[in-house]
Structure formats: C-alpha cells, structure tokens
Design a protein around this ligand. Structure first.
Ligand code: PHE
Length: 346
C-alpha cells in the first residue's frame, strides 16, 4: 500500500458515499448510512487504517488527502439532511391539514362562589356611599372579639356567640366581624365609612339555617353628628339596590351589647309579601341584618370621644342574602363545594 493506493481508496469511498447520500430516500436511511460511513466502525475508519501500512515518508502527506475527503462526505450528509427535513415538513403540511374555520374548544370557565358574589354586590352598593373595604383577622383575641365590644367575661350576652377557641390562651376564632370595628377605629381617624367582609366561626350544631363557618359583612360609620336616621336611610337604599326598587323595609327593636339602641332590619318578603310563606315564616318580613348606634363604651374602646363622635354599625350574612335572592333553602350548600350547586350561579 502506498499513498496513491490510499488516495484512490479514499476517493472511491467519497464518490460512493456521496452517491448513496444523494439517493437516501428519508431521514431514517440517511442516519443509518451515516453510521455506516462515518461511524466509529464505519467505512471511513476502515479505509483510514491503510495509513498504518504507508511508508514513513508518506504519512505526513496523508492529511492533505484524507481531510478534504472527510469534509466532502460530511458536507454531503449535512446538505441531504436539510433537504430531507424540509421535505418531511412539506409532507406533513400537505397531509395534515388544520381547519382554521372549525369552532374552538370551549375553555372551562369558573364561577364566583355565591357567598363571594353576594359580598361583592354588598361591597359594590356600599361603595357607592363611600364605604371602603377593610380586613380584620379571623383568629381574634378575646379582648377585641368581646371585651372591647362591651361584652365582659362571664357576661350572659356571651351566650349569643357560641365560641370556638384556639389553643393559644386568650384567642379564639372570631364569632362575628364586629371586632373589626374596634380595629378600624383604633387605626383610622373619623370620618369612618368601613365595610368589613369576612369569615366567622361559631360552635353551632349544623342544620339548614346554622353553620359553624359562615361569612359576615360588617359596616361601620363614625362621624360628628351621625344619627339613626342616617342608618335608616342608608339601609333603605341598600335594600332597594339589593332586592329591587320599592321594597318596604322596617326596623324592629333588637339587642346587641355593642350598639344602643339596637335594631333588626327587615325587608318585605321576596317570595310572598304576606302570611303563609315558607321563606319568611309567615310574617311577610325577612330579617337581613342587625344594626344600631355604636355604644359609647365601644367608641371609647376604639379611642374615640363619644361626646364628639357618634356612629352606627350593622352586620349582615351574605349567605342569607344570597339565599333570599336565589331561593336557596339550605345554608349547608354554601360550604359543601358541590359543583352541581355552585355551577348554577353563572
Ligand atoms: N355582630 C352581630 C352578630 O354577629 C351583628 C351586628 C353587627 C349587630 C353590628 C349590630 C351591629 O350578630
């Protein structure tokens, strides 16, 4: 074997390989061919072994012959690869068509939970009167949940709120959103118009009208010269925005330790407007919230001077309002997360 023989072998391999590459019908056979020619045990390696048999003075010249051959073969593979890849794409484009006029697949759309929807509507209505939404903690201390609201320890009024305690002494799950009144008064200068929506908890036996977990929306207004007439007018506007123009409303005397006087606020029954109705218990009236003028003790708890400031507060159940608006009869549905129930509120 001399340099001329090796050169001839290499050029033969080059010509055969380039011809075979040009004839490769698809990417798969091109890849197989590449292994066959350029692979570790491929034909180029085999031919290159002839280098070992050359006379010593020829060996330095081998590179000038072998390198262009390798490059020519590699170029041929690269070019063919590009061509085959493009035609594979053309083939797919031709065979797989996309019908751009087909209707899209609908995106599954969620809905607002009826409690949330109800709270947003409440916030929207009171927002028109300048009420701003605040947040207050769900784990509350006994002092803020009760004592600062004029409910001392061991006072019988505590029976109104069956309480779930947490294992941090002096702390509990808030039984109502009213402690938020204290927190707002302690941090905000009057005039105050605050709305406090939030989750509340009570140690209750669960039935169709009682849950151990529910929402409330608290309202608080404090300013100089705020009167019960302001409360009455505001709640009337709210009831009409929420339940329809022309709804009759009424105040009944009520009792809460943190308001004086206290009232229950009723709206004319949506279902019957008269006796014999399942929705209102035959009275023709539905109670939608408790309210009253903020007790001077509570104003003082909030750091305000009751000689200068007066205020009113109210607390309502958004679930109760959603029940009335949508004709829902069982409070438990709100916390069960049954999609068959929830998906109705689109
Ligand atoms: N916190 C009272 C309750 O849980 C509702 C209420 C709020 C009453 C504000 C009067 C004023 O029943």
């Amino acid at each position: 074997m001399d340099l001329a023989d090796l050169t001839r072998d290499l050029e033969t391999l080059r010509d055969e390989s380039i011809a075979a590459v040009a004839a490769a019908p698809d990417l798969g056979s091109l890849q197989a061919l590449e292994v066959d020619v350029l692979g570790k045990k491929g034909r180029l390696t085999v031919v290159s072994r002839g280098i070992g048999a050359l006379p010593a003075e020829d060996r330095p010249k081998v590179g000038a012959v072998a390198n262009p051959v390798r490059r020519a073969i590699e170029d041929a593979f690269r070019e063919r690869h590009a061509v085959l890849q493009a035609s594979a794409l053309d083939g797919r484009l031709a065979s797989e068509s996309v019908d751009v006029t087909a209707p899209g697949r609908p995106v599954a759309r969620g809905t607002l939970h009826p409690s949330i929807e109800s709270m947003r509507e409440i916030a929207r209505i009171f927002g028109q009167f300048g009420f701003v939404v605040y947040e207050s903690p769900e784990i509350e201390d006994d002092v803020t949940n009760f004592q600062l609201l004029n409910i001392p320890p061991d006072h019988p009024a505590r029976d109104l709120w069956d309480t779930l305690y947490v294992d941090v002494p002096g702390h509990l799950l808030r039984t109502h959103t009213s402690p938020g009144q204290i927190r707002v008064m302690q941090t905000t200068e009057p005039p105050i118009r605050a709305l406090l929506p939030g989750r509340c908890f009570r140690y209750e036996a669960v039935d169709a009208s009682h849950g151990f977990e529910f929402f409330q929306v608290e309202g608080l207004m404090v300013d100089e010269g705020t009167t019960m007439g302001d409360l009455r007018g505001l709640l009337d506007e709210f009831a009409r925005a929420m339940f329809g123009a022309g709804r009759k409303t009424r105040f009944r005397p009520g009792y809460y330790p943190f308001t004086e006087p206290s009232v229950a606020f009723d709206v004319e029954c949506l279902v019957c407007g008269g006796p014999g109705c399942p929705a209102c218990g035959r009275t023709g009236w539905m109670t939608i919230l408790g309210a009253g003028m903020v007790h001077p003790v509570v104003l003082r708890s909030g750091g305000l001077d009751p000689e200068r400031y007066q205020g009113f507060a109210f607390g309502m159940g958004p679930e109760r309002i959603a029940m009335l608006r949508h004709g829902i009869t069982d409070l438990r549905l709100f916390m069960e997360n049954d999609l068959r129930f929830l998906e109705q509120f689109r």
